[in-house]
Write a protein that binds this ligand. Sequence first.
Ligand code: ACO
Length: 363
Amino acid sequence: MTIQPSKSPIGLDGVPAAETVLSHVDGEKGELIIAGEHVADLARKSSFEGVTARLWSAANATLISEAEVRAALGEARARAFARLPQLLGAAEGLSVVDGFRSAVAGLRAESGLTHDATIVGAMPVIAAALVQRAKGAAPKFPNPTLSHAGDTLAMLHGRTPNASEAAALDAYFVTVSDHGMNASTFAARVVASTQADLFAAITAGYCALTGPLHGGAPEPVLEMLDAIGTRERIAPWIDSALARGERLMGFGHRVYRVRDPRADVLKTAIERLATNTTDLPFAAEVEAYARAALRRSKPDRPLDTNVEFFTAILLDALSIPRQAFTPIFAVARSAGWTAHAREQQRRGRLLRPSSVYVGDMPS
Ligand code: ACO
């Protein structure tokens, strides 16, 4: 029995799966609107708590203030810390990325907190505890008076971050908090569309995020920069990778036909951080050469920088270990996932697409 693969690439490109008030991606213009604001404006003027308040308010059609979100997330971080022994029990022996999946799957309702706050609040506590465990260290207590981004860094590094470090991670959290019908949000919405609870939907979202075609790309971006190593090697390394048919990590996007607008927002955040631990000019040279090389090798398919290229450089500049990049992405994206899951539960229809059968027919 042979299976003939379909000649048409079926990936639901351009197929609307839901109506949403949460975010909008225009791939031709290179535009991202989150809860009514352009991403660059939002990153300039809003905190992660502020954008989360906007997303939750829009999804639930009720006004939730930034102060309420800040208080709820602080309390949720403290509650999650108290439950770490149970949450991390099933993560024994797993990597940070896989341990995070297992711990997130173990979250459950906390009295007095919404499920949304329990989930988003627990995410950095789990990620930081797994990073500490990988170093053989004990988890660090959360500080509910810090911002979500500041406390994430404090728990990861065991010291209070300075203002520019906290601002840089906050800008990253805002920038990647939501992004239309990306694969992980779609996965979360599919689960929510069955009226399964928020914990199930967010676990599904995280599982979809972990792949290198989605949120698993930043670690390979750094590996690529390491492998290139020096300025002289940029051209030969990229040319031979493309000649071998390899994909350059941090480039290309299903929707954007121009540069991902989030790339510039993150580049600005790195410049503001002004750290000497990162070689931004080298990364910018790699980026420029890669864009030109992709134009030459795929003239019919516009391929440009995506968010993951500068995510890798920003998170590295903040001394966040590579193995925690995907969980840290999830910390931010959980704001969008929870909002989308709520919106789907409130207004959506069971998501149940069809498939094209290319197998044998009964004789
Ligand atoms: N480097 C080299 N070639 C590429 C790249 C790339 N980064 N991306 C796509 N191409 C090529 C493909 O090989 C394909 O060539 P072919 O027609 O000769 O086979 C052509 O461009 C079209 O590719 P598609 O598979 O149609 O692109 P798709 O929309 O499915 O892929 C994706 C989007 C997965 C992001 C892809 O560009 C990729 O793999 N990029 C590298 C990984 C990455 O950066 N992931 C993070 C994405 S951002 C995010 O999810 C948060």
